[in-house]
Write a protein that binds this ligand. Structure first.
Ligand code: NAD
Length: 274
């Protein structure tokens, strides 16, 4: 079965499950993204700082898929914040991707210490108005950063991409997003494949559904309404991670998974990055 779409607050449709390429070197990105496109992924999440926009772009071109069937996200790196620097950084990203528009452009981190995220976002609004990003949004914004953004800018971000997995389910942040028509996109949705996927309770639920632990975690996200972008460079796992539309978790499963909340991040607190 195929990946469902969510409709963003500007009417744009985005696949609810995509492919993330953090930590995939540029020379391996072409192959990994190629495997993902073959497996049926149509949404790809990269960023300037990942250093693999060129490799990603090569895979998109080589696929022969019509541009309108692809959904490409990239992100503004912290050192490029500021109005003019943002416009320049966006041009570089487009050039590297070999595209004339992206579907979604995000501010990667708010970097409150520099206090440039409002003027950077205004540059994103210009890029959006010019049609060079079909949608704009943010990443790693806390509710405080979002409140200020909503107050001082015009275009409501379509989504906020944040660290989110069963050990860090971000309930308050998700509720804030919902109340402002902002989608939640989960980064490190599998908890980076570290401790989380070895959990015994997860193994029990997976066995019950004839699924893997990773598939159960991805179902949990999808049933919460999150957009997910799991990463793998292993073809069998790339396929496994998109093969999650043939079963559903029940209420008991969801209650058991809620117990995995340890309120622990893998990454840094957004107030302290940059
Ligand atoms: P993830 O949670 O997707 O985990 C990926 C790792 O899990 C893999 O490297 C592999 O070790 C393991 N794995 C993957 N599939 C598996 C499977 N089926 N079975 C067992 N193990 C499996 O971690 P991630 O890469 O950190 O996050 C996904 C994407 O989110 C990134 O690639 C990137 O696009 C995005 N991201 C964004 C930010 C941000 O600041 N905006 C930060 C981190 C990640």
């Amino acid at each position: 079965s195929t990946v469902p779409f969510v409709t963003l607050n500007n009417g744009l449709r985005m696949p609810q499950l995509g492919f993330g390429v953090w930590q995939v070197p540029d020379d391996q990105a072409t192959e990994a993204v190629g495997h993902a496109l073959d497996a049926g992924y149509r949404s790809i999440d990269t960023a300037a700082v990942y250093g693999n926009e060129e490799g990603t772009g090569r895979a998109l071109a080589a696929s022969g898929l019509p541009r309108e069937e692809l959904f490409v996200t990239t992100k503004l790196w912290n050192g490029d914040q500021g109005h003019d620097a943002t416009l320049r950084a966006f041009d570089v990203s487009l050039e590297k991707l070999g595209l004339d528009y992206v579907d979604l452009y995000l501010i990667h981190w708010p970097v409150p210490s520099k206090d440039l995220y409002i003027e950077s976002y205004k540059a994103l609004e210009k890029i959006h108005a010019d049609g060079r990003a079909k949608a704009i949004g943010v990443s790693n914004f806390t509710t405080a950063h979002l409140r200020r953004l909503l107050e001082e800018t015009d275009v409501v971000p379509v989504l906020n991409q944040i660290e989110l997995h069963p050990n860090f389910p971000q309930a308050e942040q998700r509720a804030f997003h919902s109340s402002h028509d902002i989608h939640t996109e989960a980064w490190s949705p599998l908890g980076q494949g570290k401790g989380l996927l070895d959990d015994e309770e997860l193994a029990r639920i997976a066995a019950k559904h004839g699924a893997t632990a990773a598939q159960v975690v991805l179902r949990w996200h999808l049933q919460l309404g999150n957009i997910v972008i799991p990463k793998s460079v292993t073809p069998s796992r790339i396929k496994e991670n998109i093969d999650v539309f043939g079963f559903e978790l029940d209420d008991a499963d969801l209650e058991a998974l809620a117990e995995l909340d340890t309120d622990t991040r893998l990454g840094s607190h957004p107030d302290h990055v940059g």
